[in-house]
Ligand binder design. Structure first.
Ligand code: TRP
Length: 331
């Protein structure tokens, strides 16, 4: 029996080269060895204001980007979170078991509410409970998550014990899946921060679907440190970030690249890196364009994913409703 794994990305901004290198490229490698659920986290996207029309389009676009990036809709279960109403329902049940004290400790909530003073809504606060539901509905063994989501996964594990102490064995206890080679790609404008798809400054990230011209412009304007030597140095976050990207995308080691650039300057590396990013994304963008041309086909694939997901999710939710003592409608 293959182990089950689930991950997802919140629908805000556009998927970036950082998502590709740090997450989705790893997801792709897992699809043969695990039973994988990959979710477009649209409900999580609503914790910030979204223009309804643009949001709808973006959810479809995310779905297409997952596939264009190499996730196979036949091997994996790829679906939109909101298509499975069980996510919202389990969230309610788990909310009633999650102490506010635990949610108060979530650093992402603190960061996001500091940044988002005008819209600190209850959804932003209970966001990790929804995430726990995403995971627990599918009886998942492993959750590939980045550093920033580890605390949420810890909370999910705590919620499992709150639930099970009261109602008995119900959920699989999920473990974090730490990718062997999950490089962390930093912002092009502030290389001490992770590259984020929801950054206000679009020059700080390269989106998977940025046109080549934009990619070249963004790489060229990446902030680098004083100095000229192309050398990895923890103190020099800018050049080190560009080297990391180059290394992951080319398959060369950092020291091989350093050797190639002896006597050359930052600018040379930037030009080559821009080309490499453009080349890497070219087949992805072609596949994406192709997919987006045929919405009916995409809708069909979406339906295929949600039908598979629903079977598992509804079974878990039925068990939960029964265990907590909700009165059944059917006998
Ligand atoms: N919160 C995650 C993020 O923004 C996305 C997400 C939602 C997720 N539900 C999940 C990731 C369940 C892993 C498992 O990155």
């Amino acid at each position: 029996m293959k182990k089950t794994l689930l991950s997802g990305s919140t629908v805000t901004g556009d998927l970036t080269i950082g998502n590709y290198i740090g997450a989705i490229n790893n997801w792709k490698k897992l699809q043969d060895d695990y039973n994988c659920f990959y979710m477009v986290a649209d409900l999580h996207g609503l914790t910030v204001y979204q223009d309804p029309k643009a949001f709808k389009e973006r959810s479809l676009s995310f779905f297409a980007q997952y596939i264009a990036l190499g996730l196979d809709p036949d091997k994996n279960t790829i679906f939109l979170q909101s298509h499975i109403h069980e996510h919202a329902e389990l969230t309610w049940i788990l909310s009633c078991l999650t102490p506010m004290g635990y949610l108060n400790r979530m650093t992402q909530f603190k960061d996001k509410s500091a940044k988002n003073e005008k819209n600190i809504n209850a959804g932003l606060y209970t966001y990790p409970v929804l995430m726990a539901s995403d995971i627990l509905l599918y009886q998942v063994d492993l959750v590939p998550v980045g550093e920033d989501q580890k605390q949420h996964l810890e909370l999910c594990r705590d919620i499992v014990s709150f639930f099970q102490n009261r109602y008995g064995e119900t959920f699989k206890l999920p473990e974090p899946y730490i990718a062997k080679m999950g490089a962390r790609i930093m912002s092009l404008q502030d290389p001490t921060k992770k590259m984020s798809k929801s950054d206000d400054n679009p020059n700080s990230f390269i989106s998977i679907i940025d046109p080549p011209k934009t990619i070249i412009k963004k790489v060229k304007s990446a902030v680098t440190d004083s100095g000229t030597e192309v050398k990895y140095d923890e103190e020099k976050a800018g050049i080190s970030n560009l080297l990391t990207m180059y290394s992951v995308l080319s398959g060369k080691t950092i020291s091989e690249i350093e050797n190639d650039y002896v006597g050359k300057m930052y600018g040379h590396l930037k030009i080559d890196l821009a080309d490499l990013v453009v080349e890497t994304l070219k087949p992805v963008q072609e596949k994406y364009a192709d997919l987006m041309k045929n919405k009916d086909h995409l809708h069909q694939l979406m339906k295929q994913g949600s039908e598979k997901a629903r079977v598992v999710a509804s079974k878990t939710l039925d068990t939960v409703y029964d265990k907590v003592g909700l009165y059944p409608e059917h006998f």
